[in-house]
Write a protein that binds this ligand. Sequence first.
Ligand code: NDP
Length: 243
Amino acid sequence: MTKTAIITGASSGIGQATAKELAAKGYHVVLAARRQDRLVELKKEIEDAGGSAQYKVTDVTSADEMKSLAEAALEKNGSIDVLVNNAGLMPLSFMNKLKIDEWDQMVDVNIKGVLYGIAAVLPIMEKQKFGHILNVSSVAGHQVFKGSAVYSGTKYAVRAISEGLRQEIDPANEIRVTIVSPGAVETELTNTITDEDVLNSFKEGGKMTMLQAQDIANAISYAVEQPSYVDVNEILIRPRQQP
Ligand code: NDP
């Protein structure tokens, strides 16, 4: 039977590349994000290349929408083999700017979105006795820098939640948990930064050859394609020139 992979944040960047990669590997991919036009386009692109896809407009900050997403995936294909909790925001700012709305958004999308994804699929995976949950953290979930306090807080949380979940999985079940921690990847992620001082510090940071979304898609594909007794716990991947 075809395996099913749900990917949140599939409308751009890492999520989009991962959806294409897993579809090319034979997965039926379930595309989730808020921008419907992007999802429609991606579904068509995957199908034109011979793959299988469905989409559901989903806001990961809603536990109900995440549950409906999982139900739609299950109804279509009978199992949920993989969930990639990838949706995320990175409006970096210095704390004294008090961008409280942006702090709330990051907590809601980066932490609660991951929790709601887990809540949506864990009962299903426990019932079917297999599955793989991959949570996208960051190098910023390993180190903090000026401007990243809240973003890093959310990405440290993703790692803590993932490790706790991994330890709690009943060893009798073939359920795996993987943390994916990318360094700088060329995507739309920095578009949400409104703090001019952070943007200026980026410009001063010098040039490096950044990762491409496909590099992270390859890492995710590596983790999911391992035999079921192998759980790749974490993949930490930086551009060679990133400190
Ligand atoms: P993009 O901005 O290209 O993609 C972010 C995705 O998240 C979009 O598809 C967006 O879709 C989705 N998203 C945002 N908010 C919501 C929401 N409320 N509900 C559903 N989907 C949402 O950035 P990346 O591809 O770079 O980011 C993907 C992940 O990788 C993030 O978790 C990010 O923190 C992480 N990461 C990225 C790094 C980088 O350098 N790019 C480095 C380390 C980690 P839409 O707007 O359509 O809802």
